[in-house]
Design a protein around this ligand. Structure first.
Ligand code: FES
Ligand code: FE2
Length: 465
């Protein structure tokens, strides 16, 4: 059970909240590059509870601004891209990517001609300062307006990597862009997509390190659950197993869980021991502060890796960005198309809460544990959305298999509270010599003589940093 006060801290990420302050210390995915093609229209986005507009200037460089014009609040996502920035349609104010107001074409060249009289009989009793001019200016008839120089619109720095546009919404100088392995791959070795989730980001993030669900939620006649080990395939002409799917899931009572704190977050281990006398199967994921997790096998089980990065839209909606990458070869874009198969053009899931995920209860006997098809992305969507807009963790009862979930909350809470005391999180990097991360994930079978901690050490050595 999580005290309500801690739950609030962990799940709220809007401006000014403790959790939001932590999120804002990191570069966060703001959109896919494909959503903002060069020459295309600006994109209205919501990120961490802020309404923003993402656009490319005439050189193709991405910029992220507050969506409401600093003049009178019009929607800048309808604006014109020209003259080095984004121009508001209402009165033509022009902004560059840094939030400078370059032009205010509607302002008179001598800006403000107010005479300085302030008595009530004057035709105007509004001071120049009230409306952005200055009395000093007003005395200089004919001088160019400097009003625009005093406007600094909300603007956040952007970087584009691995098919996504990232933004830094925090205070001060942004940290170095992190050299996570998946963000430094050649273009053809990494691919990214995203899927809308109608729930708080934290419960979906926790799903990535809650590994006991793999052998239940993802249990199908093709596989005894993702990471469940043995493939059931065969026995039927369609390649499915002849087994009946039972209510206990794929691997009752043969698994244990372990968790380990790392420099960046938490490693979650699931060990399964029905693989013969001298070996065990290990499934390992790694949570990295503050909101992504590495997992194995996103590239069709051929040694690739995946990253699920859960980015709050607001407190009750988030995007799951999934990066898949392979160290050795190009990602098979067709083969890896599972996410495209489950979502619409707007990255909304075709199976969703509104249609009860198209659950087919007849299929639950022989094909799919959940009855909602073979796409594990949809299984996870159902599980996390079903916990409610923000899961009430004061009513949960965690068991031995949930230790990684508990550890991740502890790590996240500590990072949030430390930041309140002025301590910068460990993987916010400003020193180039520390811009290297050994983030690992694995699904494999290992001899009993080798502990999973030793395996983790070997996997760390394989990371290209
Ligand atoms: S509201 Fe945008 S220029 Fe006036
Ligand atoms: Fe899952």
């Amino acid at each position: 059970m999580l005290p309500q006060e801690e739950q609030e801290i962990l799940t709220r990420t809007g401006p000014g909240t403790p959790g939001g302050n932590l999120m804002r210390r990191y570069w966060q995915p703001a959109a896919l590059s494909e959503e903002l093609p060069p020459g295309g229209p600006p994109l209205s986005i919501r990120l961490l509870g802020e309404d923003l507009v993402l656009f490319r200037d005439e050189h193709g460089r991405p910029g992220l601004l507050g969506i409401h014009c600093a003049h009178r609040g019009a929607d800048l996502s309808y604006g014109r891209i020209e003259d080095g920035g984004l121009r508001c349609l209402y009165h033509g104010w022009l902004y560059d990517r840094a939030g400078h107001c370059l032009e205010q074409p509607g302002e008179p060249s001598n800006s403000w001609t107010y005479s300085g009289e302030r008595d009530s009989t004057s035709s105007s009793n509004i001071s120049a300062q009230d409306v952005g001019g200055s009395d000093e200016q007003s005395s200089q008839a004919g001088a160019a307006s400097t009003f625009h120089e005093r406007i600094r619109h909300i603007a956040y720095p952007c970087e584009e990597r691995a098919g996504a546009i990232f933004a830094y919404l925090g205070p001060g100088e942004p940290p170095l862009f992190p050299n996570y392995e998946f963000l430094t791959m050649p273009d053809e070795q990494v691919i990214v997509t995203k899927l809308w989730h109608e729930c708080n980001y934290l419960q979906a993030n926790e799903g990535n390190i809650d590994l006991s669900h793999l052998t239940f939620l993802h249990y199908t006649a093709r596989n005894q659950g993702i990471g469940g080990g043995r493939n059931n395939a065969g026995g039927r002409p369609d390649g499915f197993s002849t087994v009946t799917i039972d209510g206990r899931g794929a691997a009752p009572a043969v698994e244990i869980a372990d968790a380990e704190l790392t420099r960046h977050g938490v490693r979650s281990y699931k060990v399964r021991r029905d693989f013969g006398p001298d070996q065990y199967q290990l499934y390992l994921t790694e949570f990295v502060l503050p909101n992504f997790t590495a997992f194995p096998g996103a590239s069709r089980g051929d040694g690739g890796f995946g990253i699920n990065w859960h980015v709050p839209i607001d407190d009750v909606n988030h995007w799951k960005y999934t990066f898949a990458f392979h160290r050795e070869h190009a990602i098979d874009q067709e083969g890896w198309g599972h996410n495209w198969a489950v979502c619409t053009a707007g990255y909304r899931p075709t199976k969703n809460k509104a249609n009860r995920y198209l659950q087919d209860r007849a299929s639950m006997k022989t094909e799919v544990y959940t009855g909602i098809g073979f796409d594990f992305v949809i299984h996870d969507l159902w599980a996390t959305e079903g916990q409610g807009p923000i899961q009430d963790r004061s009513n949960e009862h965690l068991g031995a298999m949930d230790r990684a979930v508990l550890a991740s909350r502890r790590v996240l809470l500590k990072a949030i509270l430390d930041l309140q005391e002025g301590v910068e999180p460990s993987n916010v990097v400003r020193d180039p010599s520390r811009n290297a991360f050994r983030i690992i994930a694995r699904n494999g079978v290992f001899p009993e003589s080798k502990s999973w901690k030793v395996v983790a050490g070997e996997l760390e050595a394989e990371v290209r940093v």
